[in-house]
Design a protein around this ligand. Structure first.
Ligand SMILES: *Cc1c(COP(=O)(O)O)cnc(C)c1O
Length: 659
């Protein structure tokens, strides 16, 4: 229950923001913290729409892409000239240019750290496929990264197959790092990759995997390149760090590493051990923790060199974080306190200083940054279709607290009011309410009390529906009169949170969600979002900045659609969300378009590989129903009564699951 003073503050704030001073795009940018989480890719333009800056800081003014125009083009009714594509919402809009810019920024951060610290080797990263396995995402990364030998990381057999085929068109030096649990088939496949001249490293996650590698490589006649994943003592204590530390799930302990070295030496294969790998978890909160981990790993690397392994690569794993809430704090789940450059500099500094002090040649530095590469390039756009204000969202005040706060005459008034309410004497109620008018808090509480008592009477059967409605209307009027901010509204959005934002539902991960247009207008509503699934968990009531509601604009008459649509965007969801939600179940997957910057008449072009979202038929099929049989049944029924079979057929095939 919120303290009453908080209600008064909120009322004052609402009154202040109501002033007629013009609302500018800069005000929206501040309210939604766009600069904090969005720079250099997203800004609010002078039309009050979100602009995408496809080349980051290097984007020229005429290259900026107005996101609303993209959405209109993709979702407008299909036209024969292809100007509008007729795709349903929700819609994932991908920007390969942004992906390219992220990859290049990561590379250049390492390049510049290496140059400024006079490091004697180079950086050569890999992209962990699990982060977003989409064909275009993986192929684009291989293409954009081939100039600097960027490779892929796979953690399962299907990922390895996907990585192998994608890397056939990449740089021959690009690394193919095989992590994850390995059985005979996985190891065989990795060795086949080596035979195909892919630069494959089999990383041992468990000691037993070495026996498989030794045996299968003999059988296939391939000399393997082996890496070892170290279980570091350095622990990342944040949400994603449970796999790190001595008790972590993955990697080899010090004694296991020693046994691996001994066994490789016994088999005259010590020259095969080339890479040391570690991964302390996602969203590493600070560069201090990172430096600790890299220091420890670099010492292990140097020890392996001393023991005679032909080491050449140190792989610092993933964990390069994203600032989801724009706060630049080390609250690792939603924010991190460093930049790409800080991260790269810290890695290079640690590896260099440990190797220098041990007199060991500088290794190639590899990282497996996933989230940091793919998060920005994809935006989920959805639509608010209606809103409602339900009394359960209005401020709750218990009667005890309430009576305690009342003084003297106000208390007498309140008691009279209550008595009148109990007698169904609404005229007297309103008279007493009038006397309380100057006292906003009391009046507000009175309205709540009145409602509560009426509900009790309704349940007993002594009050009719018309009277209940009249009381609700009176109370609402009172809220308005005293300028209390309206109760929180629920905006219904055409989205399945389980499919599109699984990490919000599963691990409370927050993503920036904002309207992508109307940003020249002051948003007056406080809202939570509710999706179109009938599940009570299908709502978003936590937002970046510790907020439990989001400021939104009024929908036009007849809901968002009647007013030309009210579009919201969820940003930074390019990593994990699609993989978790989209591939696990094909349930109501959103439509997808890819958009590139173009110097044509419009600043963008929609690529011709758009994928429509799931139809009702698709969704039924995923649950083992057979839409064709169902259609036949309904057709037979329809022939019996009225001829509407064509409408029926299109509801299975054309009608989108959402939207
Ligand atoms: C998940 C994972 C990554 C990617 O982590 P990010 O935090 O997305 O950079 C890298 N390496 C391994 C071994 C992983 O399991």
């Amino acid at each position: 229950m919120p303290p009453l003073t908080c209600c008064v503050d909120a009322a004052a704030a609402a009154a202040a923001s109501d002033s007629t001073a013009a609302w500018s795009p800069a005000d929206s940018s501040r309210l939604y913290r766009v600069e904090g989480w969005g720079a250099p890719y997203f800004t609010v333009n002078s039309n009050g729409n979100i602009s995408v800056r496809p080349h980051g800081a290097q984007t020229l003014a005429h290259q900026e892409i107005d996101l609303l125009k993209v959405v209109k083009k993709a979702s407008g009714p299909e036209t024969s000239d292809g100007l509008e594509l007729g795709l349903g919402l929700p819609l994932v809009v991908r920007f390969p240019d942004v992906l390219k810019n992220r990859l290049e920024s990561l590379q250049s951060s390492f390049d510049s750290a290496i140059e400024s610290q006079k490091y004697n080797s180079h950086y050569q990263g890999v992209y962990p496929v699990k982060c977003n396995q989409d064909k275009f995402v993986v192929e684009d990364i291989v293409k954009f990264g081939s100039g600097f030998k960027f490779g892929l990381e796979a953690g399962s057999k299907p990922e390895l197959l996907l990585a192998m085929s994608s890397l056939c068109s990449g740089s021959p030096d690009a690394l193919l790092v095989c992590n994850g649990f390995k059985d005979v088939e996985f190891v065989s496949l990795a060795l086949v990759a080596k035979k195909l001249h892919l630069n494959t490293v089999i990383v041992l996650e468990q000691e037993e995997e070495l026996d498989i590698v030794i045996e299968v490589s003999k059988k296939l006649g391939v000399r393997p390149v082996i890496g070892a994943r170290a279980k570091l003592r350095t622990k990342h204590s944040g949400h994603f760090g449970s796999t790190s530390g001595e008790k972590g799930k993955f990697g080899l302990t010090t004694s296991q590493l020693l046994r691996v070295v001994k066994k490789l030496r016994d088999y005259e294969m010590l020259d095969c051990l080339r890479m040391l790998h570690f991964h302390i978890g996602s969203q590493i909160p600070s560069t201090n923790l990172l430096a600790d981990a890299v220091d420890e790993a670099a010492q292990i690397y140097c020890e392996l060199v001393r023991l005679g392994a032909h080491m050449g690569v140190i792989d610092v794993g993933g964990g390069l974080g994203i600032d989801y809430d724009g706060s630049k704090s080390s609250d690792s789940k939603n924010s991190v306190a460093y930049t790409l450059q800080d991260y790269a500099s810290a890695v290079v500094r640690s590896v260099r200083s440990v190797c220098d002090s041990r007199g060991v040649k500088h290794p190639i530095i590899c990282s497996e940054s996933g989230r940091a590469i793919v998060s920005h390039h994809s935006i989920l756009v959805f639509e608010a279709v209606s809103n409602s204000t339900s009394s359960c969202n209005s401020p709750e005040i218990s009667s005890l607290d309430f009576e305690e706060q009342l003084k003297d005459d106000a208390l007498a008034n309140y008691r009279n009011l209550s008595a009148a309410a109990a007698k169904n004497d609404y005229e007297s109620c309103l008279n007493y309410a009038e006397q309380l008018k100057e006292r906003r808090v009391e009046q507000l509480n009175y309205a709540e009390q009145l409602k509560e008592r009426c509900v009790k009477q309704f349940k007993k059967g002594s009050l009719g529906m018309e009277e209940m409605a009249a009381v609700d209307a009176r109370c609402e009027l009172m809220f308005k009169e005293i300028g209390f901010p309206e109760p929180v509204s629920t905006y219904h959005v055409n989205l399945s949170i389980f499919t599109s934002i699984p990490d919000f539902w599963g691990i409370d991960q927050l993503f920036p969600i904002i309207p992508i247009h109307r940003l020249t207008e002051s948003p007056k509503k406080e809202a939570i979002l509710s999706d179109l699934t009938c599940d009570s968990d299908g709502k978003i009531d936590k937002f970046i900045g510790g907020k439990s509601s989001l400021r939104l604009h009024e929908l036009g008459e007849g809901g968002g659609k009647g007013n030309g649509g009210y579009y919201l965007g969820m940003f930074l969801g390019g990593a994990y969300e699609e993989a978790l939600g989209g591939v696990h179940n094909l349930f109501g997957r959103p439509s997808v378009v890819r958009v590139s910057q173009s110097d044509g008449p419009q600043s963008f072009a929609v690529m011709d590989d758009a994928v429509p979202g799931a139809s009702c038929g698709d969704v039924l099929r995923a649950m083992n129903h057979n839409p064709e049989v169902m259609l036949k049944t309904l057709k037979a029924r329809s022939d019996e009564f009225v001829g509407i079979s064509s409408e029926l057929a299109s509801s299975f095939n054309k009608m989108p699951y959402l939207g």
